[in-house]
Ligand binder design. Structure first.
Ligand code: SOE
Length: 388
């Protein structure tokens, strides 16, 4: 019998589903040391929270997050709320001695990420920041190939994360458009993932030059069920001000000498979750597109010149990272990446080990994004170290 660990899920939206799926399935496919128990779900709207909890199998619901976090029977606090409250919840969880699994982006600004990291370090709790795309098998395999030297010296990193879910000017003014609640638009929501992947795959960023742009300045106020990807059905004639960018383009100078770029937008028509990277090195290149997440494109400059070209590697073999699902060629999906994260997190909890990315990675990512926002505001190149 595995030891049971009680989970408190803070939030019940789009990410709540993905996390609930992961806690439920992790033991079926991965050899993890614990059995997670879906104990309590915190939400702000009682009807929505009850519906969600019943559907996903949470034993109880609560409308009081502080009480939930401080319950003696809770072992793990899983934060899937809008970004503005990550810091308060994470600091409270650390103080209460709970291990923390937290959605990205880490927080709404660099100062908050520092507080989160400090609180977690002081309490000695395991803390994990869920940039889940690191745990796509093809991405973890790309990392392996880069570490083996297959690309040689890296010259370029191009990260583009494109979506289109708010292109309709009547898409409501959800928390994703209010700076205090989200920290930034696609820069925080999407480029946070791209910067995480770039740091994971090729290294740290020293300086950035960016331009942010807002296309729609006002939107209708949101109804009760408006959420990520969902207008919610309610039509409201009153409008409010959009406080964040709709698109962000950034040039990045890496510590190792590579030159990179990051594009993020919610206005790329037809692009739904187009999270891509291209890495070019002295010995070859790798490209990845999340919408084809089981594949990596690889160019090897050692191939005979007249046979050179990108080949597709189908990253589903039992020798590839996170092989636990099906036989080779039986592709996996978005939700599986959350199971991988939960599996690694539970192993880290058992050994009380550091897992990556964590709040310290969050600090570095948000610092880079803040530097990009400053660069766009002041129309100049910004060293990441300028952000205090
Ligand atoms: C909305 O842009 C969103 O849900 C992001 O917040 C997630 O991090 C991404 O994985 C999918 O899109």
């Amino acid at each position: 019998m595995k030891k049971k660990l009680n989970i408190a899920l803070m939030g019940s939206g789009f990410m709540g589903k993905a996390h609930s799926f992961a806690w439920t399935l992790v033991n079926k496919f991965f050899d993890v040391p614990y059995e997670p128990v879906l104990k309590v779900n915190f939400g702000t709207d009682e009807d929505i929270t009850r519906e969600f909890a019943e559907k996903w199998g949470w034993e109880e619901i609560s409308m009081n997050w502080e009480e939930v976090i401080n319950r003696d029977d809770i072992d793990i606090v899983d934060i899937v709320t809008p970004t503005y409250i990550h810091k308060d919840m994470a600091v409270a969880a650390a103080k209460a001695g709970k291990h923390i699994f937290c959605e990205k982006p880490c927080a709404v600004n660099y100062a908050q990420t520092k507080e989160m990291a400090e609180a977690a370090d002081k309490a000695g709790v395991v803390n994990y920041l869920n940039h889940n795309y690191r745990r796509v098998p093809a991405v973890a395999f790309a990392k392996q190939m880069i570490e083996e030297g297959k690309l040689g010296t890296i010259y370029h990193y191009r990260g583009a994360y494109l979506q289109d879910w708010v292109m309709d000017p009547n898409f409501p003014l959800t928390w994703h458009f209010k700076k205090d609640l989200c920290g930034g638009g696609p820069l925080f929501d999407l480029s946070s993932h791209s910067v995480d992947l770039a740091r994971y795959l090729i290294g740290e960023i020293d300086a950035v030059t960016a331009v942010n742009k807002t296309f729609i300045e006002e939107r209708p106020l949101p109804g009760k069920r408006a959420a990520t990807f969902t207008a919610g059905g309610e039509v409201n004639s009153e409008k409010g001000k959009v406080e964040v960018e709709d698109a962000s383009f950034m040039i990045a100078e890496f510590e190792n000498g590579a030159l990179g770029s990051f594009e993020s937008t919610r206005f790329a028509s037809g692009r739904k979750n187009y999270n891509t990277f291209e890495i070019y090195g002295s010995k070859g290149a790798l490209t990845f597109n999340f919408e084809r997440m089981n594949e990596l494109q690889y160019l090897n400059l050692d191939d005979p010149a007249d046979e050179q070209g990108f080949k597709t590697i189908l990253v589903t073999n039992m020798t590839h990272p996170y092989a636990a699902w099906w036989a080779a060629g039986h592709v996996i999906g978005y939700e599986n990446t959350f199971v991988h994260a939960v599996a690694d997190f539970l192993k880290a909890v058992e050994k009380n080990e550091t897992i990556e990315p964590n709040f310290h990675d969050g600090e570095k990512i948000i610092r880079t994004l803040e530097a990009a926002a400053l660069s766009s505001d002041e129309k100049r190149r910004v060293e990441v170290s300028e952000i205090k």
